[in-house]
Design a protein around this ligand. Structure first.
Ligand SMILES: Cc1cc2nc3c(=O)[nH]c(=O)nc-3n(C[C@H](O)[C@H](O)[C@H](O)COP(=O)(O)O)c2cc1C
Length: 483
């Protein structure tokens, strides 16, 4: 018997599939979350699908055996239909597809999402393959994972040689280019691996220009893989990992306190507005929403410290703290503020990059939302000019903004609780803060403008904080209106 790649590619039901044949041309699978009935099957495909569940002593069945199970009762069995139906079961997470060699699993493909695809090329041809831009390779505990963000599949790699094949495929290559160079095992095993990786979107056949179908599809060609990665892992149904409030670090590290430890610098008390006056004189929300606009020009005079104090008070102040319940391992200290925040975590620290503010020197200050004070972080002119200059550049403004509010996330406030979606929650919190700042600056007659990005190096230099500990995720320019 020849050594065919089809005998190395095996299907592993993830649990008993509850297959039953209710009529001559159907098969019904009672899966964990749904019942799937496949209709109008020829007798061969029907027999092969039933064989999937009865399986074998090893718990898997090879594609070769499956094809033979179909062609036994009916030599004209529709093998493409068989592969299609296997793909449907795989996408629902009922099957994994693996490559085995001498009793060892070389790699295994599992579906991350019922939205994913599975296209197995059965016919042999001299195909040139290339690594997808959307394949993310990383260590997951003791395994190597290659994840396709587009086909929603995860390849668990158990062979160092296959890792070398994947890296070799950054350039288009045929199977024969790889066999003998980075692949020491049988060519039929590699052939099965290539088929499986192509079915899971880790690699794809290239055209004569060396391009993959994803390079020709505008919706994918214009996407950054890291954007797709963040999206997939922050939404349920697209990720192989849990997404949500799983508190997976609760038993490992204590939660961060609601407020960051105070900076050691000198404190400047900020004026507070009179809340009764605001309640009497403020413009209605509907008016503020209608008048709101982004303004990138400021009057020549500095921003009044009273306005700075009022704005920070309106938007970011702590109304009260809620202590952690020591009896509840999922409890953590929270603060309640005018702003909502994911899990009341309020991960966003507010830093004031002050260029021109009355009674406040030029410098970077941290806002204490409980004491309503500014604490000096640095007055280094160079880093401050970098922060203000970066804002001016982002807004294509003709002058340096009087103030840039820098929103820096204490990421661990969110990642202690949330899995997968912590960074997405930070960015949503930034959006919430931006809108509150826009409405409050409008109500106060100040010029305000949100910014899309800022200078991470300037902030890290100014504060000495590592970007993965506390890092700017939003910037908002404010100043007096230019009339
Ligand atoms: C998330 C976000 C990022 C923004 N980034 C910038 C920016 O980097 N530079 C800038 O000049 N304006 C920025 N803006 C302001 C938008 O350009 C502005 O809202 C848009 O042009 C509509 O104008 P309007 O705000 O006056 O209605 C941003 C706004 C938002 C909400």
């Amino acid at each position: 018997m020849t050594d065919s790649w089809q005998d190395h590619l095996v299907i592993r039901p993830q649990y008993p599939l509850g297959a039953s044949a209710r009529s001559d041309d159907t098969v019904t699978f009672a899966l964990k979350r749904s019942t799937v009935t496949m209709k109008r099957l020829d007798v061969g495909v029907r027999a092969a699908l039933l064989a999937l569940d009865t399986g074998s002593a090893t718990g898997w069945i090879s594609i070769g055996d499956l094809v033979r199970a179909a062609r036994g009762p009916y030599s004209e069995a529709d093998i493409d239909r068989l592969v299609l139906e296997v793909g449907r079961l795989y996408a629902r997470g009922a099957l994994a597809v693996a490559v085995h060699d001498a009793g060892q699993i070389v790699c295994e493909l599992v579906s991350n999402s019922s939205l994913g695809g599975f296209g197995l090329e059965l016919h042999d041809s001299a195909t040139r393959y290339r690594l997808s831009r959307f394949a993310i390779i990383r260590r997951m505990d003791r395994e190597l994972w290659a994840e396709s963000l587009v086909a929603s599949a995860c390849l668990r790699i158990h062979s160092a040689e296959l890792g070398a094949v994947i890296t070799a495929l950054h350039e288009p290559a045929e199977e024969t280019d790889v066999v003998g160079s980075v692949w020491p095992k049988a060519a039929s095993v590699l052939r099965a691996c290539l088929r499986l990786m192509a079915a899971g979107g880790i690699i794809a056949p290239v055209d004569e220009d060396g391009l993959l179908p994803e390079d020709r599809e505008p919706a994918l060609a214009t996407r950054d893989p890291h954007d797709v990665l963040l999206h997939n892992h922050s939404r349920r149904g697209l990720s192989p990992l849990p997404v949500g409030a799983t508190f997976r670090h609760a038993s490992v590290v204590p939660p961060l306190p609601a407020l960051r430890p105070p900076w050691p610098g000198e404190r400047i008390p900020l004026p507070r507005p009179d809340p009764h006056r605001l309640a009497r004189t403020d413009m209605p929300v509907s008016v503020a929403m209608e008048r709101r606009t982004s303004s990138r020009e400021w009057a020549d005079q500095p921003l009044n410290v009273e306005d700075l104090g009022e704005l920070l008070y309106r938007v970011f102040r702590v109304r009260h703290l809620v202590a952690r319940d020591p009896a509840d391992p999922h409890s953590y200290e929270v603060s309640m503020r005018p702003l909502p925040s994911a899990g009341a975590a309020h991960d966003l620290e507010v830093y004031v990059a002050a260029g021109r503010v009355t009674q406040v020197g030029r410098g970077l200050f941290h806002f204490d939302p409980l004491q309503h004070t500014l604490t000096e972080v640095t007055t280094d002119p160079q880093t401050l000019s970098m922060i203000l200059g970066s804002a001016q550049h982002s807004a294509a403004a003709t002058a340096e903004p009087p103030v840039v509010l820098v929103l820096a996330s204490r990421f661990a406030r969110l990642s202690w609780k949330y899995e997968g979606m912590a960074y997405a929650a930070t960015l949503k919190n930034v959006g919430v803060a931006y809108n509150a700042l826009y409405l409050a600056t409008t109500a106060m007659g100040l010029a305000g403008c949100a910014l899309g990005t800022g200078d991470a190096i300037a902030f890290a230099t100014a504060t000495g904080i590592k970007p993965y500990v506390e890092s700017p995720v939003g910037e908002f320019m404010i100043g007096p209106v230019r009339i």
